[in-house]
Design a protein. Structure first.
Length: 189
């Protein structure tokens, strides 16, 4: 099934408004709602909902997460899209990077359960997410290779180097500059 909506282009258009200071983003909640408002304006024939449980769309709810940040779907749900967002503000670089991977896995799972297209959108204001001296382990994916793939181990805390997430695909991305020293990437699945 060919996806009728271009999620990447929609998010790029949204970030153009952020870049021009027409929309202010200061945390993840703001990102979610401002993007949702933007999508409602651009997609009047679709329903845009926040924090929708996976069970609303599929009986197979054995997924890595349960709530979808933003869903876009038509009346009969023959077209359905999911977007997961990250906008970390308090450092915790390796742990947040692991959360980025978790979102990618979640989007893979939804795609395999019949979603037309899925995407992850990550917006950071701290350069340690995309550059630093340490490019080992989880850092290599986000600071050096700009590609997320394979089995990625939990970098800190309980389960460090034991727990892992295995991605089915390989997802290349580009950190794109935004205003106020921030950068973002979009991964479509």
């Amino acid at each position: 099934m060919d996806a009728l909506l271009n999620l990447r282009q929609l998010v790029e258009d949204f970030f153009l408004l952020v870049q021009s200071n027409s929309i202010e983003i200061y945390n993840e909640f703001g990102l979610q709602h401002e993007l949702g408002i933007f999508l409602r304006d651009k997609l009047p024939d679709y329903r845009i909902q926040f924090e929708r449980n996976v069970s609303y769309f599929t009986p197979d709810i054995k997924t890595i997460k349960k709530e979808i940040d933003i869903t876009i779907f038509n009346e009969d749900k023959s077209e359905k899209y999911a977007i997961e967002l990250k906008c970390p503000l308090n450092g915790q670089y390796p742990e947040q990077m692991y959360s980025f991977v978790k979102d990618i896995k979640f989007m893979e799972e939804l795609k395999s359960r019949g979603f037309t297209k899925t995407a992850t959108v990550t917006l950071v204001s701290d350069r340690s997410f995309y550059e630093g001296r340490n490019n080992e382990g989880i850092y290599k994916f986000f600071r050096e290779e700009y590609s997320v793939y394979g089995s990625i181990f939990k970098p800190t805390g309980v389960g460090k180097n034991k727990d892992y997430i295995t991605l089915s695909g390989r997802y290349n991305f580009i950190w794109q500059a935004l205003n106020k020293g921030r950068k973002y990437y979009i991964i479509e699945i």
